[in-house]
Design a binder for this molecule. Structure first.
Ligand code: 13P
Length: 287
């Protein structure tokens, strides 16, 4: 059964480790992440972007697929199904579809509107026993070939949003989605420290987990980060393994590639990436 991310993140924050959020795009991806979490006895969060939800034929399809796998693969570790960077409308759809966790990305709204919409979602999530992630300060990333550095969060705004009753808080601290540019300044630990001091026990979320050096990950965890999001790294591993398989040309004598065999190396590559991250984040054995 899917669970809210609240308990796993409260334990992670108290135990000084982080739970990985791995974004899913298809069946193979999902199966690889769930099997690895079970093998390593680690809690896990499956992230679904709005685009990926659409690609997988809608949120209800995703919920059906994940619930089916939990049962058929006998997954007993805690698993949360979480909307990643949701719009207000997307959040409502995922609540209705049976997700166990949502992120409302209100960072592009003026703070007053972010607060008002977050409050509404807090009330719904509390009633349904779901977890809710909010974002303050924007997280940078590449758009049209230009890498935006994002906007570092204001710790006082973080405190204001945390006090609304959200479960976890994503704060921009110089982290960006996708690969980091060569001139990246690194994470602002000063900001993270100030946010943790004001928000206390609130589990903090680090987006843009791909490409952050291990020592920075560990320092971020020591300063209150209890959830780390990874997407691009799984994508790169999947694409690379699939490309190598195709280049090796193992097709079926004129019948083309067997789709199951074609996707198997990518699925294995995702398992290896997830394992590496769970070990780095310290969540192995914490289910
Ligand atoms: P990366 O794609 O950089 O791993 O970031 C993932 C993420 O933060 C999803 O919200």
């Amino acid at each position: 059964m899917l669970v809210s991310a609240k308990e796993m993140l409260t334990k992670a924050k108290a135990g000084h480790y982080a739970v990985g959020q791995f974004n899913i795009n298809n069946l193979e991806w999902t199966k690889s992440i769930l099997l690895t979490a079970q093998e390593l006895n680690s809690p896990v969060i499956l992230g679904v972007s709005e685009g990926a939800g659409k690609y997988m034929a809608g949120y209800k399809t995703v919920v059906g697929m994940v619930n089916g796998m939990l049962e058929e693969l006998k997954i007993t570790v805690p698993v949360a199904l979480h909307l990643d960077h949701g719009t207000y409308e997307g959040c409502l759809k995922c609540i209705e579809a049976g997700f166990s966790s949502i992120m409302f990305d209100g960072s592009h709204y003026p703070i007053e509107e972010n607060v008002a919409k977050t409050k509404e979602l807090v009330a719904i999530c509390q009633e349904k026993g779901m977890s809710l992630e909010a974002e303050v300060g924007s997280i940078g990333g590449e758009e049209d070939g230009v890498v935006g550095m994002g906007e570092v969060a204001d710790p006082k705004e973080c405190k204001a949003i945390a006090d609304l009753g959200v479960t976890m808080l994503a704060a921009g601290i110089g982290n960006i989605h996708g690969k980091y540019p060569a001139n990246w300044q690194g994470l602002s630990f000063e900001t993270l420290d100030a946010i943790q001091q004001l928000t206390g026990d609130m589990p903090l979320v680090l987006h843009g987990g791909t490409g952050i050096p291990a020592d920075m990950i560990k320092k971020a965890i020591s300063l209150g980060v209890a959830k780390i999001n990874v997407n691009t790294e799984c994508q790169l591993a999947f694409a690379d393994a699939t490309r190598k398989y195709i280049e090796a040309g193992k097709d079926l004598e004129g019948k083309g590639f067997d789709p199951r065999k074609l996707l198997a190396p990518g699925a294995e590559a995702i398992k290896a990436t997830v394992k590496e991250k769970m070990e780095l984040f310290g969540s192995v054995g914490k289910a």
